[in-house]
Design a protein around this ligand. Structure first.
Ligand SMILES: Nc1nc2c(c(=O)[nH]1)N[C@H]1C(S)=C(S)[C@@H](COP(=O)(O)OP(=O)(O)OC[C@H]3O[C@@H](n4cnc5c(N)ncnc54)[C@H](O)[C@@H]3O)O[C@H]1N2
Ligand code: MOO
Length: 410
């Protein structure tokens, strides 16, 4: 391509580390209240304080007998303590008996500790040999067999923190505290635009010469969903000058993130950079990553924009490295869930240039990571891979046999 020279080279190339550290928009998605049933994986906008202590009463953790611990000191199989049985605590009810010196009360697990008692002896360490009397064969310390009224959560303490996606136990804790809904960040709206005269909707049955169905937008939408975003398909824009600027102006009004694929390389028809410059400020054009060099990052009046390479494989790789962390940040998440990592040995040497991040697709079998090679124009390489290995920027390659982290595709 003769036009792809001189002034069309990338002038503002950056490394992936620079992009992750420096391209950090202040924007966060709006806040909305959702019921607990819809809150899984959503990111709380603020810590949720417990309105009351949990469990809220001194609660037995074992089946047995509520006692005064002092009455059990020195008890053994050979020399048990004998305590008068004064009744039983019922589940879900306040005790109607108290424990006086020398007495005990039958306790179910989870029952309210009766007044006067300070511990519960497990039924295994007791015997009911005479009616109305319980033999205690092991001592219990004060506090044994019970949890304090605020041992799970103190009143006012955080049930869940801000900024971390809610997990199943969080929903349980909120429910236990009587919290029925929670203020979370809205799923960031991600406008997805494909560009190129040859790209046609994926619903197209018969392709004309040179046409390709849009593979990138549906795959990106899936990555967006997976990272907690709300994908908005914003269609295909052809290479006609001005068309992309117009579409960008439309989608920017209602997006937290805009993703444009193709057209950010250095060819004659590569219009993305010009169109983006008309609606925002380009932060970098060219990223030291393989695959995915023709990547562009821009700030469009506070809305971040990623211009992805045209090759669908490269587009998806770059979105995983740059777009997904950005999406977590936009959704108010400071602590993204850890990536699924498997340790494996490399089956062969991998080369890389210093200063560039390489993302190598691999298959995994018996603890061995086998690199999958092939042009980045082939999306099937990504579909066949079990995961990927990252060669960090300072490295110039990894020798065969190196223990690596394989990050699994889900
Ligand atoms: N002289 C140079 N040529 C190229 C370079 C370079 O550095 N110098 N980089 C190559 C790399 S790497 C990539 S990646 C591509 C990226 O170019 P663009 O971002 O401008 O993308 P296009 O040229 O428009 O498309 C590339 C390829 O991908 C197909 N495509 C685009 N969009 C879709 C889609 N939504 N679904 C399916 N396929 C899509 C498109 O038809 C092309 O085949 O540039 C290289 N060239
Ligand atoms: O960088 Mo291209 O994005 O290698 O295929």
């Amino acid at each position: 391509m003769s036009e792809a020279t001189g002034s069309r080279e990338f002038f503002t190339a950056r490394t992936v580390s620079e992009a992750l550290a420096g391209f950090r928009p202040a924007r966060r998605s709006a806040v909305e209240r959702v019921p607990l049933a819809a809150a899984l994986h959503r990111v709380p906008a603020a810590a949720v304080a417990s309105p009351s202590p949990l469990p809220g009463f001194v609660r037995s953790t074992v089946d047995g007998y509520a006692v005064r611990a002092a009455d059990t000191y020195g008890a053994s199989e050979g020399l048990p303590s004998y305590l008068d049985l004064r009744g039983a605590v019922r589940m879900g009810a306040a005790p109607d008996v108290t424990v006086t010196p020398g007495a005990c009360v039958a306790m179910p697990t989870g029952g309210v500790l009766p007044e006067g008692a300070d511990a519960v002896v497990m039924v295994e360490y007791t015997a009911a040999t005479m009616p109305g009397t319980i033999e205690i064969t092991r001592p219990v310390a004060p506090g044994g067999g019970v949890v304090r009224a605020d041992e799970d959560v103190a009143a006012g303490a955080a049930l869940v923190p801000a900024g971390r996606p809610l997990r199943a136990p969080d929903l349980g804790l909120l429910a236990a505290a009587g919290v029925t809904d929670v203020a979370v960040h809205a799923r960031p709206r991600v406008a997805i635009i494909s560009t190129g005269d040859e790209v046609v909707p994926s619903s197209t049955v018969d392709l004309g010469p040179g046409q390709v169905r849009d593979a990138t937008a549906p795959a990106l939408a899936a990555l967006v969903l997976d990272a907690g975003g709300d994908p908005v398909q914003a269609g295909i824009v052809d290479d006609e000058p001005g068309a992309l600027t117009d579409r960008l102006s439309e989608v920017l009004a209602d997006a937290d993130l805009v993703v444009v694929s193709a057209g950010s390389s250095v060819g004659a028809r590569d219009e993305t950079a010009g169109a983006v410059a008309a609606v925002g400020e380009i932060w970098c054009h060219g990223l030291a990553i393989k695959p995915g060099k023709p990547t562009l990052l821009a700030d469009c009046g506070g809305v971040p924009l990623i211009g992805l390479p045209g090759n669908p494989l490269s587009a998806l790789v770059v979105f995983g490295q740059i777009g997904v962390p950005l999406l977590w940040r936009l959704s108010g998440c400071d602590t993204p869930p850890p990536l699924p990592v498997t340790r494996a040995r490399l089956s062969r040497d991998l080369a890389s240039a210093a200063g560039r991040l390489d993302v190598i697709q691999v298959t995994l079998a018996d603890g061995v990571a086998e690199p999958l090679f092939g042009p980045s124009a082939l999306l099937s390489v990504l579909a066949r891979a079990d995961g990927y290995v990252v060669i960090p920027e300072p490295a110039t390659g990894l020798p065969a046999g190196t223990e690596v982290d394989v990050i699994g595709h889900r």
